[in-house]
Design a protein around this ligand. Sequence first.
Ligand SMILES: Nc1ncnc2c1ncn2[C@@H]1O[C@H](COP(=O)(O)OP(=O)(O)OP(=O)(O)O)[C@@H](O)[C@H]1O
Ligand SMILES: O=C(O)[C@H](O)COP(=O)(O)O
Length: 757
Amino acid sequence: MALIDEVKNELAAINDGSPSAKRAQATAMIRFGGTIHLVRNQAVVECTFDSHAAASWLRQALKEVYGRDAELYRIDSNTANGEVTRHVVRVFKNGSGNALLRQTGLLDLRTSRITRGLPPNIIGNNDIAAIKAVWRGAFLARGELSDPGKAGYLEVACPMSETALALVGMARRLGVQVKTRQVRNTERVVLNDAFAIERLLTNMGAVHTAREWSGKRNDGESRGKANRLANFDDANMRRSAKAAVEACAKVQHAFKILGDDIPENLRAAGQLRLDHRDATLEGLGRLADPPITKDAIAGRIRRLLQLAAKVERQRAEQGDVPHTHQEPHVESVQASNTSTHAMNAHGVSAQTERITMKTLKDLGDLKGKRVLVRADFNVPLDGTTITDDGRIRAALPTITTLRNEGAKVIVMAHLGRPKGKVVPELSLAPVAARLGELLGITVPLAADTYGEDAQAKVAAMSDGDVVLLENVRFNPEETSKDEAERAAYAKKIADLGDAFVSDGFGVVHRAQGSNYDVAADLPAAAGLLVEKEVTALSKATVNPERPLTVVLGGSKVSDKLGVIENLLGKANRLVIGGGMVYTFLKAQGYEVGTSLLEEDQLDKVKSYIETAKANGVELVLPTDVVVNAGFPAGDTPINPEVVPADAIPADRMGLDIGPESQKLFHDAIVNSKTVVWNGPMGVFEVPEFAAGTRAVAQGLVDATAAGAFTIVGGGDSASAVRNLGFPEDGFSHISTGGGASLEFLEGKTLPGLSVLE
Ligand SMILES: Nc1ncnc2c1ncn2[C@@H]1O[C@H](COP(=O)(O)OP(=O)(O)OP(=O)(O)O)[C@@H](O)[C@H]1O
Ligand SMILES: O=C(O)[C@H](O)COP(=O)(O)O
């Protein structure tokens, strides 16, 4: 028996729900699996299922919850693919069809029309059991599931867009993000993330077969890959085919624009796309000579299209040819890339697969070469004093390796957000001095990034020398949204070097001139830090050892709420502290005094709390907090006081988690196999409010000692760990990335990494 049949059998065997859940499921089964027509003004409700068990369930439920008798019969038909059996449940006799439509709410009594979506009584039902039941009914009626070993997908074909949107909303309330997609003129709700599929199946009640699906999926992974080209007939393949057709059109256009002036590796990649229109990117990679990864082939095609777009733009500027607006090129490759991600055997997104990037060895012999290294030297400063030099030290392995190879090392970096203006306080002068100290040499600082001084300093370099260019963000083009402007600027930087090494992991989530565009102009590779970060963070995203606990804190509340939403489908346990916790406490109806609060995020947070409950994600919040009269400033005396988390006085501000919570958090962390921590638990810069952050850091140290894999991410958290005196080797990995490490965890595609594929 195919696994989908087993899943439906398991779902159809669920019969112990409340009447409200049964009504929700039955209504969904009619809405998704039924047709309604009139015979002499009598409504005939006819629902067709491929599963006999589903049809039987509905017949029984109609009797039980609506008192309606239904006929059940089977239809066998011969199709090109063999005999197909369907099971029909029909409600018709004695006006019972009309009555059923009224009872379910599927007949809108005001307009006497059939409701297009799900009836309001179902949509407005906040009972999680009923929401699960709707999904169960929809899936029983029109659900499809990939076989283990194939590209992972779960889909429900919907009768119309309103029903699709209703399902999307309900999935969200279960903590699962699904999308709608039109396939062969049918609106479908689709899901490709393996973990989310398993979660949704479990939520529907297919607890046993969900596990079997994921288990079999692992066993069958290699088979699935090998069969990919042969099995072109499943939903993901169809999506991929569409993306491939679009990509072919773009490649053809690029060839036309570029003529003979195309780097050979890019031409070969484009030609492969044209010659094998139906192949997946993975398949194209296999066909390349020598074979390369799908990420590499995607990268080459993307660069080909970018190059064409650039040339076309230049020509348009020179008045050679009409500018035909080629920006969508880049997007469409990303789109085809995305569908490729959706096609892998686990159906998961970019960072849940290992990322393959070019590395230093791919740059060949660098002796005497000018190597541009993008580092992230965005370090905390107190005036001109660097309070944590972790990011500078993290760049040393790459710089030292390049120097040892006899390269001239030209380092570029940003500091703060000067918004395209020269801000003297954000000069990299203190960084040049510290880098020189750490390397034991003088590191001259060029007064500009690519201007006369930079050119002169680079021209004067000997092999093994290091020069630092001034803050790249002093140039408005660095962060410009105008790709052409950025590209022209990147070209000027690229003129200073012979190769580019991307080593600023903290900035790989940005597509900016000095970390992204410059890679199109020079042979480019990841530095040792970027390699190390990707390897370490992948341990939390590629089959992490569970329980996976994510600890979040810090002050950038709304930045991190998105991460929480995403993690509700991935982590086993979420521990929340720091400034963001007060929005959670308020969402539970507690007074939070003058603490950091994002009022406009309250509804979101409420739904996260609900989702966490529904998904079985353990949400650990503080039970006590340390408060003060206000944010510690200047000489104002500090009067820390511990209060229960549900009773913060109206005139007090929460600035740390209390002692009871410290123990609670510590224990939650220690009982984990993988821990990711981003954001301090309190205003750790002030000793009176540092205990919570210290307890969490200690939790990670203890978990590491017990064999867990622990990651500290976030600029402030990393500096907190060091400033509080914890040894760096107490943690498995201290990430130099803040936003970058979070976006990596979220599974987003990071431009600064994809450009190195
Ligand atoms: N309860 C609180 N109220 C106000 N500020 C807080 C509170 N708890 C922590 N903070 C502040 O949060 C700041 C760090 O937050 P942030 O979100 O920037 O974390 P991070 O580790 O730097 O992460 P990232 O690098 O991703 O930005 C610290 O300066 C700390 O004082
Ligand atoms: O500190 C960081 O997270 C990185 O340096 C990126 O800085 P940004 O958020 O200003 O781009």
